[in-house]
Ligand binder design. Structure first.
Ligand SMILES: [Mg+2]
Length: 306
């Protein structure tokens, strides 16, 4: 059984902070712990999420253009709509900028491009002067059949969209002073939120889903804790970016691909890359296997790790 609000017991300092906040909010909050807040409105469900990108934590101005900074912040936020199978309506953006704020139009051009790429619009926002660049993006969408982190069952298949490890490989390149270009650079600078895949999976029986922001292994743990099942994942089945080893791919964060569980009987073929990587079992936690040998889990990203 998962802990309160689906966070389980693990997850390090960041999750300790979240649990303390949830405990303090008590009955003043509802439905916390998923990728989106899901609010029934009439015959549909409104999906809402907010995602903050901060200079020095999420991006560096010497690695990315300001348009790329805006694209990336919006894509990261939109990815949470994808994770719930929602269709985007639009975004609201609070922008913090140092100096005279002359980069705002470039940042918002990037936000708008990412938003338009999934058929949505910029709906509003706010500007503030700040010491560092800050792009705080609130996304709004609707979900006919919202898919949460809760819902995976014993025997369900575990699947992942796309190929993993490119974002981590590109990040390593930037850290080493290179400027990765082409498809690899784009994995970091212009990630694509998997909106169409999320909607397709929701319509084809997905039982639980989230987007890979902390790394496959860590996010698999979040899904396992929320659903109250264990996830067994075969490393040799992982679809990896060229030149990335499976264990590195399993630890690579900000991939913005979708990790999804589907009934054992699922066998439809979508028009996007979708790979079965494992199975849900009765129990808890994540088992990474190399052949038949368990492998230690790579750590996920923790904002408050000491
Ligand atoms: Mg998410």
């Amino acid at each position: 059984v998962s802990g309160p609000l689906g966070l389980g017991r693990g997850g390090g300092q960041e999750f300790d902070r979240l649990r303390a906040i949830f405990a303090r909010l008590g009955a003043g909050a509802i439905g916390l712990g998923d990728d989106c807040a899901l609010i029934p409105v009439g015959a549909t469900t409104l999906a809402v999420s907010i995602d903050c990108s901060l200079e020095g934590v999420h991006f560096r101005t010497d690695w990315l253009t300001f348009e790329e900074i805006g694209w990336r912040a919006a894509a990261a936020a939109l990815s949470d709509l994808a994770a719930d199978g929602a269709e985007p309506l639009g975004v609201l953006v609070s922008l913090g900028m140092p100096g005279s704020g002359e980069r705002g139009a470039e940042i918002m051009a990037g936000v708008s491009a990412a938003t338009q790429s999934v058929g949505a619009k910029v709906l509003g926002g706010d500007l503030v002067r700040s010491e560092k660049y800050l792009v705080d993006v609130c996304v709004l969408g609707t979900a006919e059949r919202p898919v949460r982190r809760v819902g995976a069952r014993d025997g369900d298949g575990v699947w992942v969209t796309g190929r993993l490890g490119g974002a981590g490989l590109a990040l390593g390149g930037f850290r080493a002073g290179a400027r990765p270009g082409g498809a690899l650079g784009a994995r970091y600078a212009r990630p694509e939120p998997r909106i169409a895949a999320g909607r397709w999976l929701a319509a084809h029986g997905a039982t639980a889903m989230l987007d890979i922001s902390d790394g496959l292994a860590a996010d698999a743990g979040h899904l396992a804790a929320a659903s109250g099942v264990g996830l067994e994942i075969a490393l040799e089945r992982l679809p990896c970016w060229a030149g990335v080893a499976p264990l590195a791919a399993a630890g690579s964060g900000e991939e913005f691909e979708l990790l999804v569980t589907l009934p054992a009987s699922f066998k439809e073929a979508p028009d996007f890359e979708l790979t079965r990587i494992g199975t849900c079992f009765r129990g808890g936690g994540v088992r990474l296997l190399e052949g038949n040998t368990p492998v230690a889990l790579p750590a996920g990203y923790d904002h408050f790790a000491p």
